[in-house]
Design a protein around this ligand. Structure first.
Ligand SMILES: Nc1ncnc2c1ncn2[C@@H]1O[C@H](COP(=O)(O)OP(=O)(O)O)[C@@H](O)[C@H]1O
Ligand SMILES: N[C@@H](CC(=O)OP(=O)(O)O)C(=O)O
Length: 453
């Protein structure tokens, strides 16, 4: 049995849905279809999820929401019309939205998640109706009925382990299951979403639950490329990656596959393949526990912006027992996640995502760090980009850091930070955000030089 997930780009209009149907028909093992909300039809279009966030905001602020609601309904209506699906589906979807808008939520974050999730929920209802109309017996299954349970973290829910056992029952269905991605329910029955792009996570959870032989993730590119195709022209394709390589690359910018989607697949040993809905015969990229050794030391180069660093300097820091714990306690008091913590004998830096704090919180944090730790110096720097070079081959090879540093130095790109060693398969550099695209390009040229004829 295979679990197959289609992203928003594969569900953006009727033409895309016809491709989805054909892909499902092509392989009798494709029994569970996890769907996203309709995505962008072209570069200037809006994702339904983004429209729903806008709608939630308008309803919350008691602003006029009719235009946004109409735009959302039209996205579904256009698909229903193009595919000549029974118009009663549109009545169901419209009623779902009427009901949602009338619902009084006592927690704004729960409300936002309910709006966001409705994009995938209605998409699954529509896809199931389309399959049935085309003679493929299919049924929509709600994550609550299937027992997909999550933690109580709005917009950032995590799966609860008992979900996997509950989901096993999906194997028994005679019909193809169409399952909405992106959300689950707490034990108290509250709907909550995963983080953005989280339909990939739902697909991996369902694949784990039903003990799938393969998790196929269909998107709009022929493969995962060694660098983001928006930054490097025609980058090389990757045939195979290990789970840990993919996790590092997704975490640091390869948005094509969600980093949290690796663990459920990994823990059940389920191979993942990323393929193109627009070109399904292309082999795509496989993600597996191990991969055959090859000459390629670096597998991919990723980058991600939006980070800040907080530097703390204090003479004899290394001799002060409990210093690190006190630093982290202050961060915990502000409910801040941190990503990295490079350190020296008299200084340490904390790298964190900048969007976690307001200016005022930042000022309060700096004040506490300086005073409670009696630090000599506390400085903050925003606008940091993390560059990640990833490859299993780096474990047994020398010279990767030197090669990367040379390429960056020759391009006059200043390194704010280097972090090598904690993860065997990656090297991380902190640079100024303005240098991001140039840095990815020079590293690509250094590690994937064009073949000379
Ligand atoms: N290294 C990479 N390889 C392939 N695609 C990448 C990479 N990095 C970023 N992407 C982007 O990821 C996009 C696919 O992910 P996404 O937009 O989430 O698709 P979907 O709508 O199918 O979920 C691609 O169109 C591409 O722009
Ligand atoms: N629709 C949600 C979840 C998702 O995974 O979407 P997509 O498969 O289009 O990346 C989002 O935009 O975040």
């Amino acid at each position: 049995m295979k679990v197959i997930k289609f992203g928003g780009s594969s569900l953006a209009n009727g033409t895309q849905l016809k491709k989805v149907l054909q892909i499902v028909k092509d392989d009798a093992d494709r029994r569970i279809v996890v769907v996203s909300a309709p995505g962008k039809r072209n570069d200037s279009d809006e994702k339904v999820t983004d429209l729903l966030i806008k709608l939630a905001d308008e309803v919350k602020n008691k602003e006029d929401h009719q235009k946004t609601l109409k735009t959302i309904l039209k996205r579904y209506q256009d698909i229903v019309d193009e595919l000549e699906i029974d118009p009663s589906v549109m009545d169901i979807i419209s009623k779902n939205y009427e009901k949602l808008i009338q619902t009084k939520f006592y927690n704004e974050l729960y409300a936002l998640d309910a709006y966001k999730a409705s994009g995938e929920d209605n998409s699954a209802i529509l896809v199931a109706a389309f399959f049935n109309k085309e003679g493929i017996p299919a049924k929509y299954v709600n994550p609550k009925d299937a027992g997909l349970l999550v933690t109580d973290n709005p917009g950032n829910a995590r799966v609860l382990p008992e979900s996997f056992k509950n989901l096993y029952a999906l194997r028994d269905s005679k019909e193809i299951i169409v399952f909405p991605g992106f959300f689950g329910y707490t034990k108290d029955g509250q709907l909550l979403t995963f983080s953005r792009g989280g339909s990939d996570i739902s697909g991996a959870i369902v694949a784990n639950g039903v003990k799938a032989s393969l998790y196929e993730n269909f998107t709009d590119v022929d493969a995962i490329y060694v660098a983001n195709p928006k930054m490097v022209k025609h980058p090389k394709k990757i045939k195979q990656l290990t789970y840990r390589e993919m996790r590092e690359l997704s975490y640091s910018g390869f948005s094509v596959f969600h980093d949290e989607a690796l663990q459920p697949a990994f823990s059940a040993g389920i191979p993942v393949v990323v393929k193109n809905t627009n070109n399904p015969s292309a082999p795509g990229t496989s993600i597996t526990r191990t991969k055959p050794e090859n000459k390629q030391i670096v597998s991919g180069i990723a980058s991600s912006t939006g980070f800040m660093s907080i530097y703390i300097g204090k003479y004899l820091m290394n001799r002060e027992v409990g210093f690190g714990r006190r630093v982290l306690q202050i961060f915990e008091d502000f409910n801040l996640n941190f990503e990295h913590m490079p350190s020296g004998i008299d200084d340490l830096s904390i790298i964190l995502r900048a969007n976690q704090m307001t200016m005022q919180q930042e000022q309060e944090l700096l004040y506490r760090l300086k005073n409670e730790l009696e630090a000599d110096d506390v400085q903050v720097k925003g606008g940091i980009c993390l560059l990640m070079i990833v490859g299993e081959g780096m474990v047994n090879s020398v010279g990767t850091v030197a090669k990367a540093c040379t390429a960056l130095a020759e391009a006059d790109i200043n390194l704010e930070m280097i972090n090598q060693g904690s993860s065997e398969v990656s090297i991380m550099f902190g640079i100024d955000e303005k240098d991001e695209a140039r840095a990815v390009k020079v590293l690509y040229d250094a590690f994937f030089p064009a073949k000379k004829d």
